[in-house]
Write a protein that binds this ligand. Structure first.
Ligand SMILES: N[C@@H](CCC(=O)N[C@@H](CS)C(=O)NCC(=O)O)C(=O)O
Length: 222
């Protein structure tokens, strides 16, 4: 049975699909329409009780939380496709460290920016300029730390592309595209070179072609 990935149009799901493409794992997608409330449907809640995408079904194995899913596939197919975990336990430790930084430092402010700038009107509330300002400041401080880190190594965990870099692709894509906040990346020389490198990976470019970003049915122009 082919691996099923639920909710392909959303950024968190793209984290999973980017990993599967790097690992050369075949999958099929199941659309989830959040506006229609598909994610709160009892059948979906049986797979993902918190009612968010993504979730995967691989035979009779079900897994949710995008970062848990990418760790699982990077390990399961360790010797297939790109190595995304590092070659030693020390490298693996650094991959895990920067994955945690992505989840706990980078993601909260960028997620708030995405919701306020791109989704608020569709979700029926006005964008809160104070949240936008505060989130941009917080994200800027995180990116300053990345700038320093990336002056010492080509990628976050070292001189090798890993899950830690990949995990940044889906939401940074909003920042540099539809959100018009490209300057946050471009004003930082090392972050800018890193972004050019990771966003030009063939797997990511192919994924964007096959599964465009949609905001409630409209293809996001970036
Ligand atoms: N921690 C979860 C977060 C997933 C998440 O925020 N998904 C968004 C789409 S990018 C969602 O389903 N939002 C619907 C909602 O919050 O009701 C993960 O990484 O899998």
């Amino acid at each position: 049975m082919v691996l099923k990935v639920y909710g392909p149009t959303f950024a968190s799901t793209k984290r999973v699909m980017a990993c599967l493409m790097e690992k050369e794992v075949e999958f099929e997608t199941v659309p989830i329409d959040i506006l229609k409330g598909d994610h709160k449907h009892p059948q979906f809640l049986q797979l993902q009780p918190f009612g968010v995408v993504p979730v995967i079904q691989d035979g009779d194995y079900t897994l949710f939380e995008s970062r848990a899913i990418i760790r699982y596939y990077a390990e399961k197919y360790k010797s297939q496709g790109s190595d995304l975990l590092g070659k030693t336990i020390e490298e693996r430790g650094l991959v895990e460290q920067w994955l945690e930084v992505e989840a706990h430092n980078f993601h909260p402010p960028i997620y708030d920016l995405v919701i306020q700038i791109l989704f608020s009107s569709k979700l029926g509330f006005p964008a809160d300029q104070d949240v936008i300002k505060e989130s941009e400041e917080k994200l800027g401080k995180v990116l300053d730390i990345y700038e320093e880190r990336l002056s010492k190594s080509k990628y976050l965990a070292g001189d090798f592309f890993s899950l830690a870099d990949l995990s940044h692709l889906p939401f940074t894509h909003y920042l540099t595209g539809a959100m018009n906040k490209d300057y946050m990346i471009r004003d930082r020389k090392n972050v800018s070179a890193w972004w050019d490198d990771i966003s030009n990976r063939p797997s990511w470019k192919k994924l964007l072609q096959l599964y465009p970003y949609l905001i409630f049915g409209n293809v996001l122009q970036v």
